[in-house]
Design a protein around this ligand. Sequence first.
Ligand code: NAI
Length: 408
Amino acid sequence: MVSTSFPKSKIKVLLLESIHDVAIEAFNREQFQVESLPGAVDPHILKEKISKVHIVGIRSKTRLTGDILRSGQRLLAVGAFCIGTNQIDLDAASELAIPVFNAPFSNTRSVAELIISHAIALLRRMPEKNAATHQGLWLKSADGCHEVRGKTLGIIGYGHIGSQVSVLAESMGMKVVYYDIVDKLALGNARPLSTLDAVLKASDIVTLHVPATKMTSGLMSREKIALMKKGSHLINYSRGNVVDLDALSAELKSGRLAGAAIDVFPEEPKAKGDVFKSPLQGLANVILTPHIGGSTLEAQENIGGEVSSKLIKFINNGSTTSSVNAPEVELPIHEGVHRILHFHRNVPGVLHRINSYFAERNVNVLAQYLMTNPKTGYLVMDVSRKVANTWIEDLRAMPDTIKARILY
Ligand code: NAI
């Protein structure tokens, strides 16, 4: 078991893949020691580096396998300075009691802004006019061009992005209807409709903001697309397998649908510059983009701020709020108390053992917090007396303890 109770200035942070300066500055303010590298590093170098640090921050190119995570003998937490966490073996991180933090909503606004711009661009037939003008054709005409004001925007999935789009669309004078499988508070004058079909039939523009689930795979099937109004538009900035692109292509070619903007595809190229094919290529009034809905410098900065603050909070206070894999405990500040942080395997008897241990030593417990997931438990205890070093060693030696540290 590793010792994890020490001064802040001894906390070492390794940041890979050019993580934003706001994160480096945040760690510096805490007096943590930061090493920031511009790219990903080879797995064997990573193993060596990770063995010496308490926090590692990565983006999407670094794979943190179980083997690499196990080399992190001092590793307390991982920061995924991005949205996805597929590159991290989360089961291994959980078994090692290493909370992983990411920034799932840092790019919400970036996506929402682009949806509004696409709504306007599609209704003004901008893709067609832009392409023609580049080719020397002067398509000066109002045919098929409309304002968005007064048009109905149908939002499927009224979560973080969908609800932001709702607010921005209303400020442009659009009417908003939406459908969500969960009851969501309508913002402004937006109206929830009780079925997906009702939204599809009512909307001039349909925009999809659902997560990737079994239920949303193929959600916009041929039958559902056929329910959309004649002359309406479809925007998909959610996940690639939500829309049947062959069916959409057929509806656009027939002219029944007036346009589409698609950012996500069933199969996306792995690297920048790779060849990409889609049945929507070459169609008029269709905007195709390479999964860039959330890709802005502002979002990168937000990610840097959000993930570093979650990591700092965990180190300084023990909170695991919004961790991807650890049981979530939101803790108050711990002024004037000693806080014990204890990760253990989620099996019967652990709590009883710890409580008996402290009762025998006449320690008054001021507060106790426990959260578990199927495999791991996270117990936090605030006690009034200074915790003797031998006690924390005893805690670490108890059966089923994974990791324990104290905050003074
Ligand atoms: P969120 O989790 O905040 O909201 C999703 C909403 O969809 C929730 O309210 C949920 O109840 C609802 N929902 C789930 N299943 C549904 C169904 N079958 N029918 C109707 N509603 C359903 O997620 P957030 O942050 O708004 O993101 C939405 C999507 O946008 C995600 O798939 C995400 O991956 C994608 N995204 C794409 C980006 C891009 O670059 N194109 C960038 C950021 C997110």
